[in-house]
Design a protein around this ligand. Structure first.
Ligand SMILES: [Zn+2]
Length: 187
């Protein structure tokens, strides 16, 4: 029954959205974290606990609303188009304050053992495009896959080969994405 395919996909994606919304309201993960130095980092820093995500339309959240306007417009347009294909695009990390970026960098240094190795995965606040609002991380896998195929219609490109989730506005709408860099150190 090809006639029912699209409405069913839309219905399913609304159900998924509803499920996510109710999980977010229940809010089991703490909305803040405290750095080893005692700095409390929360939603106003763009902090999103692991395993949580936001709709690109949730502009009540700094992680979304502080994205550069052109990137946010492109992401919202792509999200609407993806939903038409039954694919839900969620933001796992968007704009980040310098304090949040610094704490992520410090964590990566602790995990990977050196600043050099950490830089392959997390940039310092001076270099991260998340701090300027020019980068967004998306989930789930289906959204990354959809954006890798159709993102350039909106100017959205994967800029690092080792980060399938990291998207920036890197071409004009309908343009061609530049070849992704191997990782964040290659820039
Ligand atoms: Zn990223």
């Amino acid at each position: 029954m090809p006639r029912t395919r699209r409405p069913l996909a839309l219905l399913l994606s609304s159900l998924v959205l509803a499920a996510c919304a109710s999980t977010a309201v229940a809010g089991s993960p703490s909305p803040t974290m405290t750095t080893p130095e005692g700095t409390v980092i929360g939603p106003e820093d763009g902090y999103l606990p692991d395993g949580t995500s936001l709709s690109p339309f949730d502009t009540s959240q700094a992680a979304v609303s502080n994205l550069e306007r052109a990137l946010l417009d492109a992401l919202q347009d792509a999200t609407t188009a993806a939903a038409g294909d039954g694919v839900q695009v969620q933001v796992t990390s968007g704009w980040r304050s310098a304090a949040l970026q610094q704490s992520l960098f410090d964590q990566a240094v602790a995990e990977h053992g050196s600043v050099e190795e950490a830089r392959r995965f997390v940039l310092s606040p001076e270099h991260s495009q998340h701090v300027t609002g020019r980068a967004v991380d998306v989930a789930p896998y289906e959204a990354m896959d959809w954006l890798s195929r159709f993102g350039s219609d909106y100017g959205l490109c994967r800029t690092y080969a080792n980060e399938a989730w990291h998207v920036e506005l890197a071409t004009s709408r309908g343009g061609e994405c530049p070849e992704p860099l191997a990782d964040a150190t290659a820039g």
